[in-house]
Ligand binder design. Structure first.
Ligand code: NAD
Length: 268
């Protein structure tokens, strides 16, 4: 079997190390690794899978020499923005799971998608995609009589808030019920009675929580709670590696996890 050659950006992080550790099971060979810190160290050793001969490089600029089919990125928005240009320049497919992307990073990904296959996904777990679809359907059926609130919890080291997944859930609530809904992030002071059509979003941070999202629909005399809990970040790494195999060799364009799921063979 020919292995897919991948560069990992953010290779020494929690997600990057999981990608390196699980790559071989998905037919992916890690040939380059970029991070801030630990330059020159063997990424296989850092990821706990033994020597790989691949040394950590500093800065995504070094990737402009090419030699890989796909880049898998779990880093920071400013790094992703720079990486998008580099991937487009060397003709490598780009899979990014970095969250908290600003306008500049999103624009850079859009530009890259005109030259190379690009897939940006704030949550690579299959379960979350089912949650988002359930939320859209529930919002559509419940309409304006129910108040929607989103609560997400993550580990204490997460740097952005709310999570990219919470933002995706808010989009689904709007698609299902009201595009014009006002989104409030937390409440304090005297916000007064809750107006109809508001969507509240609340971020909880602490410990080593991998990722939890709950959507509450509060109605008159009843309530529904939809919850997804990730207990192991390997689920995200596996999703990213599947996405890498899925988009490598495809025509340039913006791909989503739903394209990957749509291609799944139906169960017998
Ligand atoms: P982390 O802090 O553990 O790792 C960040 C990595 O980025 C490190 O390797 C660090 O060295 C590297 N880095 C920092 N500055 C750099 C620079 N200038 N150039 C190159 N590399 C640089 O973070 P993490 O928990 O691995 O998460 C990384 C990102 O992935 C975050 O945005 C997080 O929200 C996101 N994430 C996404 C998913 C998903 O399913 N899409 C799942 C988990 C985390």
């Amino acid at each position: 079997m020919t292995l897919l050659r991948a560069a990992v950006v953010g290779a020494t992080g929690r997600m990057g190390k999981a990608v390196v550790r699980l790559a071989a099971e998905h037919g992916v060979e890690i040939v380059r690794a970029v991070a801030r810190g630990a330059e020159g160290d063997d990424i296989g050793v850092l990821a706990g899978r033994g020597p790989s001969g691949v040394r950590v490089e500093r800065g995504v600029g070094s990737l402009s020499s090419g030699g890989f089919d796909v880049v898998v990125d779990f880093s920071l928005p400013e790094v992703t923005a720079e990486l998008a240009g580099v991937a487009a320049g060397v003709g490598a497919a780009l899979v990014s799971g970095t969250t908290g992307l600003d306008e500049a990073a999103r624009r850079a990904l859009e530009l890259a998608s005109m030259k190379v296959p690009t897939l940006w996904e704030p949550n690579f777990s299959l379960g979350v995609h089912v949650l988002v679809s359930l939320v859209r359907s529930a919002a559509r059926q419940l309409g304006g009589d129910f108040d929607a609130e989103v609560i997400e919890a993550h580990h204490r080291l997460k740097v952005d808030a709310p999570s990219g997944t919470a933002a995706r859930i808010v989009e689904a609530l709007k698609e299902g019920a009201a595009e014009s809904a006002r989104v409030v992030h937390g409440r304090t002071g005297r916000p007064g009675p809750r107006p109809a059509g508001e969507i509240g979003v609340h971020s909880v941070r602490g410990g080593d929580v991998v990722g939890e999202h709950t959507v509450h629909f509060f109605g008159p005399g009843e309530r529904i709670e939809l919850t997804h809990r990730a207990s192991d970040r390997d689920v995200f790494a596996r999703g990213a590696l599947r996405a890498a195999s899925f988009i490598a060799g495809k025509p340039p364009g913006r791909y989503g996890i739903s394209d990957l799921l749509a291609e799944r063979a139906p169960r017998a």
